[in-house]
Design a protein around this ligand. Sequence first.
Ligand code: UD1
Length: 437
Amino acid sequence: MNVPLASAAPWWRPDSGHRLAIRGGRPLNGTYPISGAKNAVLPLMVSALLTPHLVTLRNVPATLDVAVLAALLQRLGCEMHWSTGSDGLSVTICADRVEARQIDPGLVTRMRASVLLLGALLARSGEAVLPMPGGDAIGLRGIDFHVAGLRAMGATVEIEGGVIHATAPGGLRGADILLPQPSVGATENLLLAAVGADGTTTIRNAAREPEIADLAQCLRAMGAAIKGIGTHRLTVRGGSALKGAVHGVLPDRIEFATMACAAAFTDGMLVLPNGRMDLLGVAATTFEAAGVDLYDTGDGAIARRSKSGLTGVDFVTGPYPGFATDMQAPTMALLTLATGVSAVDETIFEQRFRHVDELRKMGADIAIHGRTARIRGVRRLNGASVTCTDVRAAAALVLAGLGASGETVLDGLDHLDRGYDGMAEKLAACGADITRQ
Ligand code: UD1
């Protein structure tokens, strides 16, 4: 990737190899610590733009998305100080000077979450110019809900030649907003904007993913008045000056679910510190039925295959607490070796079966009918050369490689790096034969 990440995120190691080779068939045994959530840390970093005071985030995952967002914030004038301690990577962000016009298209097009800069910049400086955001190729991923909400708050938003121009010279004002769908990104964007808007904003049909509650708690610690955290109706009394805060990033429930599947898939046992069973939603029941046994240890969980083995299950992805679409691909990898037939309905993103062709190369028996995938369990997967097409597809292919006979080689590793902090190293520490080349 040709972007200057080194000065914004000095911990980022871009040259650690572009392929991942996995010799499968070894059970995973050991301790795999769950990192801070990718989907929580990005909006939390953006929230630092709302105040000239220092915002410190702890338990930051060392991922490519975090490095890219750090570079974006640096271009906007933020200063960042990184440190590593007992609670992992921390960053202190100082946004006492913000220059809203300095956004780099090369960075924005790499990451969908950069759209969150719109709400925060409008709230902070009344202006934002942002190239259309990129991210995973998993569906239409419009930003119409974001734009309609910001317009309701008094912003003028125009999209021309792939660039979004948003202004609110007199400042944003509170509004009553009904989201057509509980969009995670739109809820976060409008929450960030509402905190800086004059008056009260109500976001109805808000998404209630745990990462949104984490953002709202951090904003509260900064002095924002937010009610209804964790519900479909958020009420924000905005406009007051925000102070700094220190906040620990919520553990990653997607990484946790993925590694729980990996333990069961390889017939090993993983201790997963910081794995939060209470954040799995309905997936907890699905995993139990599929033969993934989970035990709460108080500060994490232990995962292993159930004595009755892996069993086919049906599930439908949905907004939280429904089955998370981000857990769909790794769970599908698990089901390739389960007894019987499973049906998986993907209702959130229309192109989120791109891992299926790659899993088929490894011998998986999967048929797709529209938004439904039918998986017939096979006796074994065979190693193959496969390509990661999005963040969660990458995790699914790592899982498949761990459980397959022979060698699997993954390329397209930017996708894995975007979302997971040191996955290969953490797996190797649990006995996986996995190396970056
Ligand atoms: C976030 C997560 C992503 C996760 C997804 C669903 C981050 C950084 N990413 O993505 O990992 O898979 O939630 O849990 O947190 N939509 C519109 N118009 C809009 C906004 C959304 O049509 O303005 C549609 C999307 O195309 C999609 C659905 O709404 O079909 C849900 O998308 P949304 O919840 O917004 O996902 P993201 O915030 O992009």
